[in-house]
Structures are given as C-alpha cells and as structure tokens.
Write a protein that binds this ligand. Structure first.
Ligand code: NAD
Ligand code: DAU
Length: 342
C-alpha cells in the first residue's frame, strides 16, 4: 500500500517544488496538497501535478479545523509537512494579523489533527529569520540550531512562535516532530514580491529596481530544490524532536544580486533605484548547516552561478506565469509597499 504524505502550501513556491520532487523520486508515496490559494498561489503552478494519479489537491484553509480533520479522516496521512504560511516580511509589517492566524493557529490545527488521527511524522518548515540577524562586520558568526530565537518582524515572530509550539507538542504530547530552518530560497515559481523574481520582472520591463537602503544587507541564498532535498532528508533520516538548519554558505548582499540579474539580462545598472529602507531590516543571515551535513549527509548541489542562470532563464521563458501573478491585486500591493519609499 502506498504511503500518504500531506503537504500544506503545495501551490506556493517551495511546497510545489517539494511535491514535484516527491512525485518524481518517491512514486511509492501518494501526495496530498492542502492549500487555500492566497494571492501568493498561482493555480497554474500545479497544472502538471494535477494530471498525476499519485497527486490530490484540496483547496482548504489550514485554520479550518473541521475541514482539516475531515481530510485527515479521509486520506489518513502518515507524514505531514507544513509549508503553508504567509511568507512575505513587508506584508507582515503592513498587515500582521493573517501571519499570526495562519502561521501559528494553522500550525496548531494541523498538529491537533496529527494527535487525533495518529501520525509517523509532523515536519515544520521554518526559517533562519527566527534567529534574528547578525552584524555585517562579524563574518565569523553563524546561526546554529541552539542560537537563541530573537525575532524582528511580525513574520519572523509568527514563525518562531510556531516553532516553539511544535517543540511544545513534542515535549507535552510526544508528537513525533522535526523542524528545518532554511535560508533564502530562489528558483522557478517564486511569487514576484520577493527580491529575485521582482527584480527580474522589473529589469525585463526596463522599470526602476527598488533596492531598500544602501543594498548592503546580506542573505544566504539556496536553490529551492536543494532546500526540498534537505527537507526530504530530515523526514527520512532526521531524529524526532530535533531542529536542522539548512543553508548553502552562499552569502551575497542585495546590490550584488541585483547587479548580477541586470548583467545576465543585458540591462544597465542605471535601473537601480535606492528607496527607503524596510523597518527593522535584518542585516545579515548566515546558516551553519553542519548538523544536517553530518547527520543526514545533506549538502546543496547547485552553485549560485548555475542556480541564478537557471532561474533567470526560467522567468524569461515563462513570462506568462509572471503575467498571471502580476494581474489582479498585485498592482495594489506595489502601490502600497513602494509609493512612500521614494
Ligand atoms: P509562498 O508564499 O510562496 O507559499 C505559501 C503557500 O501557502 C501559498 O500557496 C498559500 O496559498 C498557502 N497558504 C497561505 N495561507 C494558507 C492557509 N491559511 N491555509 C492553507 N494554505 C495557505 O511561500 P514559500 O516561499 O513557498 O514558503 C513556504 C514555507 O517555507 C513557509 O512556511 C516559509 O515560512 C518557509 N520558508 C521560506 C523561505 C523562502 O526563502 N521563501 C525560506 C525559508 C523558509
Ligand atoms: O531567510 C528566509 C526568509 O527569506 C523566508 O523566511 C521568507 O519567507 C522570505 O520571504 C525571505 O525573507 P527576506 O525578507 O530575506 O526576502 P525578500 O525577498 O523579501 O528580501 C530579500 C532582501 O532584499 C531583503 O534584505 C530586503 C531586500 N529587498 C526586498 C524587496 C522585496 C529590496 O531591497 N527591495 C525589494 O523590493
């Protein structure tokens, strides 16, 4: 009998990549995607998966306890991986509430369902942002799994709260949980509100590229498929009750990223426009992935040079997908987030 794995947020950027990976490399698993499809989910993203007999989609909110319990009753998943979240820091600064309800209460509902119906593993997809930030002048410092949680934005606070709740369910109820905390992802199908696809879309249209502040903030970029392989390794080989950091030792500042995109697309650097900084802007993220490497044998395989070229090529060849994302409410978001930054 096939094993059933329930993925939440599987119409989003990373969750969809994870579904694709499972359908390709774990044909003995049935993949159930539960996603309410917020603005961040372009339905075309799962067009191919919907044709696969091993895949099933429920358009459902993880905060809807009754609906979630019914899915557990019907599908009897043995593994749950929670990707579903409000994920954009700038939106959390303008409207925190949905971040608290989806990212915290949604996590609670899923874990309650796991307790009620029984589960082999609940995996929480978390972020390096729960550790706060590191100073730019201390390149010797990294986030370790035992680095204290110290958050900056409503987004990172909601993710840290969920992590604490997951660990509480492990200690109090013995729920078999694992957590992975990953650095910044990039790759195909990322919603164009995040740095890399936003800048690619704007550069292609010869529009100004809005760099917050001086553009010197550093992120540790990881190709999305490498992240998904890390999550799979945690589920298959990780120890219950443990946290695993996933990152690629690939630190770049924002100006470097934006200039790299412009160079690849043959566009002038004069498109770069410095705008008002993000409130509470984290300076530097840098993961120490040693534990995942030693315990799980996980290592990213995509170099940044390879990954960024593949990513830019994908957006270039799939402008229709970007156009679908940027229709509807997207222009209102751009107005809200960028109009007062000039
Ligand atoms: P995303 O915004 O692209 O996708 C999130 C998905 O969750 C969307 O499909 C959305 O419709 C769905 N969703 C939101 N609220 C929901 C709800 N109440 N019920 C059901 N579905 C809901 O996000 P992403 O970048 O793919 O991130 C996925 C996860 O990985 C998140 O938990 C995020 O915190 C974490 N993460 C992201 C990154 C990154 O760089 N993008 C890095 C580390 C960790
Ligand atoms: O580190 C993991 C996190 O990475 C994830 O948990 C989040 O879900 C994900 O959104 C991402 O958060 P960031 O805030 O780092 O990503 P974002 O793409 O929004 O911004 C990356 C950097 O680029 C950050 O320093 C802010 C800057 N930036 C961003 C935008 C959207 C700009 O300079 N201009 C912009 O227009």
């Amino acid at each position: 009998m096939k094993k059933t794995i329930l993925i939440t947020g599987g119409t989003g950027f990373i969750g969809n990549c994870f579904c694709k990976l499972l359908l390709k490399e774990r044909p003995e698993w049935r993949v159930i995607n539960v996603d309410v499809c917020t603005y961040a989910a372009n339905p075309s993203t799962i067009k191919e998966e919907l044709k696969n007999p091993n895949y099933k989609f429920y358009k459902t909110d993880i905060r809807d306890r009754g609906a979630i319990y019914k899915i557990f009753e019907d599908e009897k998943p043995s593994v749950v991986v929670n990707f579903a979240a409000e994920s954009h820091v700038d939106r959390s600064i303008l409207d925190p509430e949905s971040f608290l309800t989806t990212n915290i209460i949604g996590t609670e509902v899923l874990m309650d369902a796991c307790r009620k119906y029984g589960i082999e593993r609940y995996h929480q997809v978390s972020t390096d942002e729960v550790y706060g930030d590191l100073p730019l002048d201390r390149p010797d410092l990294f986030f370790h799994e035992d680095t204290p949680l110290h958050t900056s934005s409503p987004y990172s606070t909601s993710k840290a709260s969920a992590d604490l709740l997951v660990l509480a369910y492990y200690r109090t109820y013995g729920l078999p949980v694992t957590i992975s905390r990953c650095s910044n992802n990039y790759g195909p199908y990322q919603f164009p509100e995040k740095l890399i696809p936003l800048m690619i879309d704007k550069a292609k249209k010869d529009l100004p590229l809005p760099v917050y502040g001086e553009g010197l903030n550093v992120r540790d970029w990881l190709y999305v498929e490498d992240h998904c392989r890390g999550i799979l390794a945690v589920i298959e080989k990780g120890r219950v009750g443990e946290v695993y950091n996933l990152g690629g030792h690939n630190e770049r500042n924002n100006l470097y990223i934006v200039k790299r995109i412009l160079a690849e697309l043959g566009k002038p650097e004069s498109l770069i426009t410095h705008v008002a900084d993000r409130h509470g802007h984290d300076q530097r993220y840098a993961i120490d992935p040693h534990k995942a490497n030693v315990e799980l044998g996980w290592d990213p395989v995509t170099t940044f040079e390879e990954g960024i070229k593949k990513t830019i090529k994908w957006y270039d060849e799939n402008q229709w997908w970007l156009d679908e994302c940027t229709s509807g409410d997207y222009m209102n978001w751009l107005n809200r987030n960028y109009k007062d930054r000039k």
